[in-house]
Design a protein around this ligand. Structure first.
Ligand SMILES: C[S@@+](CC[C@H](N)C(=O)[O-])C[C@H]1O[C@@H](n2cnc3c(N)ncnc32)[C@H](O)[C@@H]1O
Length: 217
């Protein structure tokens, strides 16, 4: 999926996410359900474990989660005692949900509204050592202007990272090879986080790609 004729879907619209998080915050308030964790809790755990083992990341590293949704990935990070965490999302409802969940869990995480594709500068303390993305690049690629929006996203993420900053990108819409190629002008692949594989038609593959991409200066 590298061309201009990518499929678009309602998952690429802000209206969809606003509606989703409006419902999810109602559910959270009425019975404490935090809502959907994209790609499951295991995939978030794999990201946290990888970061724990990476020597250049410390508990004080500045970390941003782009398109944080309900903020559960950052909640896991805070439970692992990471101290400098910011979640951004273009949906105010997502930010309300994420803030409520973190408050209830007594976790110290900042959450701010930000559309990464907009001309507005990042509301956090730029630059960041680590950017996290679980499903946001996928959603952006599903907008009606997906191919262009993905390029804008890549330029934006590059601009908010320190010179040896990394992007930890988890996707189910693109293969590792596709991601590597799409990011190749501004990022180089540092590592990958192995995900469970499946076999189909005699070939083995993975449904989820988690790549660590390091900024090229
Ligand atoms: C598939 S959900 C993933 C949510 C969360 N990262 C998770 O793993 O549960 C995609 C998220 O990206 C957010 N999003 C989409 N486009 C965005 C943009 N241009 N700027 C900021 N957030 C965006 C949506 O509001 C939604 O929360």
């Amino acid at each position: 999926m590298d061309g201009d004729n990518e499929p678009c879907s309602e998952l690429g619209t802000k209206e969809y996410w606003d509606k989703t998080y409006q419902l999810e915050i109602n559910n959270f308030q009425s019975h404490g359900d935090v809502g959907e964790e994209w790609f499951g809790e295991d995939s978030a755990m794999r990201v946290v474990k990888w970061l724990n083992a990476y020597e250049k990341v410390t508990k004080g590293s500045k970390i941003i989660d782009i398109g944080c949704g309900n903020g559960m990935l950052l909640s896991l990070m805070a439970e692992e005692e990471y101290e400098n965490l910011l979640g951004v999302d273009y949906s105010q409802h997502a930010i309300n949900l994420a803030s409520s969940v973190a408050n209830k869990m007594a976790l110290n995480i900042s959450f701010k509204v930000w559309d990464i594709l907009s001309a507005e500068s990042c509301p956090g303390d730029v630059p960041f050592d680590v950017a996290l993305d679980k499903g946001t690049y996928d959603a952006i690629g599903l907008s009606s202007n997906g191919a262009e929006d993905r390029k804008t996203y890549i330029t934006k993420v590059h601009s908010i990272l320190t010179p040896d900053g990394i992007l930890v990108l988890t996707s189910c819409n693109y293969t590792e090879d596709e991601l590597e190629s799409q990011f190749s002008e501004r990022f180089t692949k540092l590592s990958r986080i192995p995900a469970p594989t499946f076999k189909f038609g005699g070939r083995e593959g993975s449904l989820i790609s988690s790549l660590i991409l390091r900024k090229i200066n």
